[in-house]
Design a protein around this ligand. Sequence first.
Ligand SMILES: [Zn+2]
Ligand SMILES: [Zn+2]
Length: 297
Amino acid sequence: MPELGAHVSAAGGPQRAPERGQEIGCDCIQVFTRNQRSWKVKPITTEEATAFRQAREQYGIGAVMSHASYLINLASPDADKHTKSADALAAELERCHQLGIEYLNFHPGAHMQAGVDAGIETIAATLNTLCRNTPEKTDVRLVLENVAGQGSTVGADFRELAAILAQLEAPERFGVCIDTAHAFAAGYALHTVEGWEAMWQAFEEHMGMDRLVGLHLNDSRPGCGSRKDRHALIGRGAIGPEAFQRAVTDPRTRDLPQFLETPAGPAGWAEEIRWLRACSKGDTPALPEIEDQGINL
Ligand SMILES: [Zn+2]
Ligand SMILES: [Zn+2]
């Protein structure tokens, strides 16, 4: 059975997040350990780190994933922006290490005009430097997330993620998280049984299933292959409910932590988690009636 959860708010400090997760029935949670729209970050205090570990224990939260700032672009050809991004990811890793968060999820980056191969090389080189500088932080798994393929972003096609992994000096420190909405936008037709199969076959072929550490469960507003990143409520977008029933029952994915980033908001996530949990037990209940809160994570 999967651990099911959602991206919960860390307003007031990360130590506030586990309770918010428990309130809506999360087994696992995703958080931002910082304001993801600002470069300025205040450091984690020892008190905050202790409080976070205690809260996680107290509220029975399993896996915790941190989502890195959207400002980070590890493939930036601009020296200044690249340095800022590399430093910011290093700071994110330090925060996860302090808080005892085991997964740091990030988007590979956007090559701008430099080309996909140059982008892949820059991303891998940046990650290699990060790993060389942090040999003591192997408790945090660095997690590459697939993207929708908007603009010049790298990592929509699984072969691009595999190419990054192939250039890493410490590949054992890395995992991959698949966002269902992004995969669908990238052209993986996971709404059909055949497309779902083909997607995981591609994953297995290029990276091996043991790379997969979790899923972001999101339906998609735009259609398959749109390369646009717009999340929809589970079962209410162009993907539809069956793919999510497969996510929680397929032996390749059913034991992984799965995080909602849909526009449902906390009350709606509670309903979506309940629906997914029922599906994981083999039931097929009707989709919950919830309102789209217009949140875009
Ligand atoms: Zn993401
Ligand atoms: Zn997205």
